[in-house]
Design a protein around this ligand. Structure first.
Ligand code: SAM
Length: 505
């Protein structure tokens, strides 16, 4: 397999069928095999073929495309699941010292902080975040999500049982406090295990941010030692989606060996004592102490992308480029009955949620109890991260408009954000009962049911969403979303159906 110069570091694939598998893996999971990795990748492919008893490469390629256990085995073979507790401790310390106090209440109270470990492997990383949040006393109100492409690793993560290798370097006091030891096995205490939700998510697919995957509005994202598998165009796409998944004040942390995003996507680059962090453009105006703001790259960083380094003006609803606000929506113009309603609409379009809330309060005081006002108020509060206030206003709105499917849907979304999946499922059920065509309510119901372990009912809800979405033009905007296209939500619904089927099998 060596090339004509006999250089074993620049190896070609041994045949077109293997090359086809590599191309498919790139399209499916973003995995890239530069010449110096091809030989080991091909050996890996052949090992998996051997385990599955498949002799023909072309048959293997065809079976692979059906997904399932064969694909999972290959993913585990071709990627490294290496991880351990409290990895890159300086970064975790920075999160604890600088990030968590800013996103929890100034008075030390805890708001529902949202944290995502993207590419979490066997779970040590999201559990380390759980330990951090436990230390700050904010674990019970936190929502921690761990996702990966490998089902086998996610199953290990869910079990929360580790060997000492996963705990290398972890102080004895922490091990004693958070683990129960039985011989060589260390089991993470239940309180921490149940604080993390694990699910299958392929970072190379355009399925986030979205309420359908439960991945949106994150205060902290750790995506460490994952981007190394991707080529530059895939890194840029994934990075843009990760940034879109942040809340306005959120922070994205990569691993020390990951490629730099500077100049690749519009973002703020913050030099911290613990390495580089990334934020949405403009988010670093209020600086944390000790961090050096370096948002604009030099022209030489990227001559053709430097101009887009800062956030473009809010564009009219491009789902892949517009920062996603899970609850934001532009209420359709046809529903407006007065100029005040139009003012709310305009403020939404501008992303001025403070003004939306102020206008809505004034209208409520003047006796305007229409559904639109309550919906706008709830969304504007939620989009500013004021979840408790949004929940309160949602209940008040439902007291005024008990038959509002949209308010019941919002109540479900808010409960889901707090990790209260049973309550979320109840509210979403009410929403679909009142309006069976409210697609997003079916998706929220599916997610809540999946999180409570009822995969069968979750799949029924997903099929309902799929049916509704398949029946409308692909380019149409879906009601009660931030301009999401039917085609994208359909892709998400199908992705969830596939992953639930696989995890269940
Ligand atoms: C080295 S581990 C990183 C674990 C952890 N983030 C850390 O730094 O300790 C890399 C993980 O990325 C996952 N991965 C690779 N490609 C992925 C993709 N397209 N989507 C989601 N996860 C992916 C692999 O399955 C693997 O578990």
């Amino acid at each position: 397999m060596a090339d004509s110069r006999g250089d074993s570091r620049t190896v070609e694939w041994s045949g077109p069928e293997i090359s086809r598998i590599a191309r498919w893996l790139h399209a499916h999971a973003g995995l890239t095999f530069p010449p110096n990795r091809r030989e080991s990748a091909e050996l890996g492919i052949r090992r998996v073929m051997g385990r599955a008893g498949i002799k023909s490469v072309s048959e293997f390629g065809n079976r692979l495309e059906r997904g399932g256990a064969l694909l999972d085995d290959l993913i585990a073979e071709l990627t490294i699941g290496e991880t351990f507790f409290l990895r890159e401790p300086n970064q975790l310390e920075f999160i604890q010292r600088e990030v968590l106090p800013a996103v929890t209440g100034q008075d030390g109270s805890c708001r529902a902080i949202r944290v995502w470990s993207a590419g979490c492997a066997s779970g040590e990383e999201p559990y380390s975040l759980a330990i951090l949040l436990q230390k700050t006393g904010c674990l019970s109100s936190a929502r921690i999500i761990g996702t990966d492409l490998s089902v086998a690793r996610l199953l290990t993560a869910r079990r929360g049982r580790y060997r000492s290798w996963s705990l290398r370097g972890v102080p004895e006091a922490i091990i004693k406090q958070y683990f129960e030891r039985d011989g060589a096995v260390y089991t993470l205490k239940k309180e921490l295990r149940s604080a993390v939700d694990f699910s299958l998510l392929n970072l190379a697919e355009d399925v986030y941010p979205s309420p359908a995957t439960g991945v949106f509005g994150m205060d902290v994202i750790l995506c460490r030692n994952v981007l190394i598998y991707f080529d530059a165009p895939t890194v840029a796409q994934v990075a843009q989606r990760l940034l879109n998944t942040l809340s306005d004040d959120g922070w994205l942390f990569l691993g020390a060996s990951d490629p730099s995003l500077s100049g690749m996507v519009p973002c703020d680059v913050v030099m911290t004592g613990a390495g580089i962090a990334y934020r949405k453009p403009g988010a670093s105006k209020q600086l944390v102490s000790g961090a050096v703001f370096a948002s604009r790259p030099s022209k030489t960083d990227t001559s053709d992308t430097a101009v887009s380094f800062f956030s473009p003006a809010p564009s009219p609803r491009s789902p892949s480029s517009t920062p996603y606000s899970p609850l934001s929506v532009a209420p359709p113009a046809a529903r407006h009955s007065s100029s005040s309603h139009a003012d709310i609409d305009l403020a939404y379009e501008a992303g001025d949620y403070e003004r939306v809330a102020a206008l809505a309060h004034v209208m409520l005081l003047s006796g305007d109890t229409t559904e639109l006002v309550s919906v706008a108020l709830v969304r504007s509060l939620a989009n500013r991260g004021m979840i408790d206030e949004a929940v309160e206003q949602c209940s008040a709105g439902l007291a005024r408009n008990s038959m509002s499917a949209e308010l019941h849907y919002l109540a479900g979304m808010l409960q889901a954000q707090r990790g209260r999946h049973e309550e979320a499922a109840l509210s979403a059920r009410r929403a679909v009962y009142l309006d069976p065509e409210l697609t997003v309510a079916h998706l929220t119901l599916a997610e809540a049911l999946a999180r409570t372990g009822d995969s069968r009912a979750a799949k029924t809800a997903l099929r309902n969403a799929e049916r509704l979405l398949a029946a409308v033009p692909a380019e149409s905007r879906v009601r009660a979303t931030d301009g999401e296209l039917a085609s994208r939500l359909l892709q998400i619904a199908r992705f969830r159906l596939r992953s639930l089927t696989f995890v269940q099998a």
